[in-house]
Design a protein around this ligand. Structure first.
Ligand code: GUN
Length: 279
């Protein structure tokens, strides 16, 4: 019988720990403030942004909202980021992605002061992760590590197959698993014999962006499965990259969608915000 990895419970546990830390920092006169910028009104982004602001309020830090029109120019956004970089009251800055096409995402990421880059997207923070130096780590991959550790799943020496190679998930996730002494394979849409590669995994992490693509034929019996995907089915139900019902009987442990990786992203964002307060 498979174990469900409960992201809701674990994210709550982390937020409770952070709430205590924030209260202690406040006693020392240290306040937290996250600036959240959204350009345009993408409905999914609005939900994420609302949840991020709620989490700030929950752990006791301020959030400042900047809701910009979808006609905002790159220069206008860069100018706002410049002001927030200089504002000593702001210790974290987040630009919700994606941004509209007239704005170059990489330019925006690189404009954020790396010391306030609580998303961990700035090349300086990515470079720190590659080199094993301190820096902010991308929230979703950091959340997956916490899910595994807090569920008592050992990583060291395991074969980990990461399916997906995005800058936000696949690449930093692979580096974090390597840092935890896993043997890591990065697979992607061009990987030959993807099924056979996945079947080698003790821990399979799916971030492919295709609903229910990973079924039991991709898995070794008793693997641990982490599902980073989130999609809405034709029946308006949430599902992941993994065909949960088909694999459940064959795995040792698995994250559900919703309630698995999703809540962890925000918990780790809060973790990074608290780290930003102590810098
Ligand atoms: N869009 C999707 N995921 C993320 C994230 O983790 N951070 C930001 N800023 N935008 C996103």
């Amino acid at each position: 019988m498979a174990n469900l990895i409960d992201g809701k419970r674990i994210s709550q546990e982390i937020k409770e720990e952070l709430k205590i830390k924030v209260a202690q920092l406040k006693e020392q006169g240290i306040e937290g403030c996250l600036a959240v910028i959204q350009v345009g009104a993408d409905p999914a982004s609005s939900v994420y942004v609302r949840n991020k602001k709620r989490a700030c309020a929950y752990i006791g830090i301020e959030s400042r909202s900047y809701e910009l029109s979808d006609e905002t120019t790159e220069q206008e956004l860069l100018s706002l980021i410049g002001k927030l970089n200089e504002d000593p009251a702001v210790n974290g800055i987040l630009v919700q992605l994606p941004v509209p096409p007239q704005i170059n995402e990489n330019k925006i990421i690189q404009a954020i002061d790396p010391a306030k880059d609580v998303d961990g997207f700035h090349p300086q923070n990515v470079g720190a992760l590659v080199s094993g130096l301190p820096g902010y780590v991308s929230c979703t991959p950091a959340g997956v590590i916490q899910l595994l550790k807090r569920s008592g799943i050992s990583i060291e020496g395991k074969n980990c197959v990461m399916v997906g190679r995005s800058n936000i998930v696949g690449k930093p996730m692979s580096l974090l698993m390597l840092r935890e002494n896993a043997t890591v394979t990065i697979a992607h849409s061009k990987t030959k014999d993807l099924r056979d590669v996945c079947k080698q995994a003790d821990i399979l992490i799916a971030a492919v962006g295709k609903p229910k693509m990973i079924d039991a034929s991709y898995l070794k019996e008793g693997a641990v499965v982490i599902d980073v995907g989130i999609h809405r089915s034709a029946e308006n139900k949430l599902c992941g990259d993994v065909d949960f019902d088909s694999v459940f009987a064959h795995v040792e442990a698995i994250t559900p969608v919703p309630g698995g990786v999703g809540p962890m992203t925000i918990a780790m964002l809060m973790h990074n915000c608290v780290e930003a307060m102590t810098r």
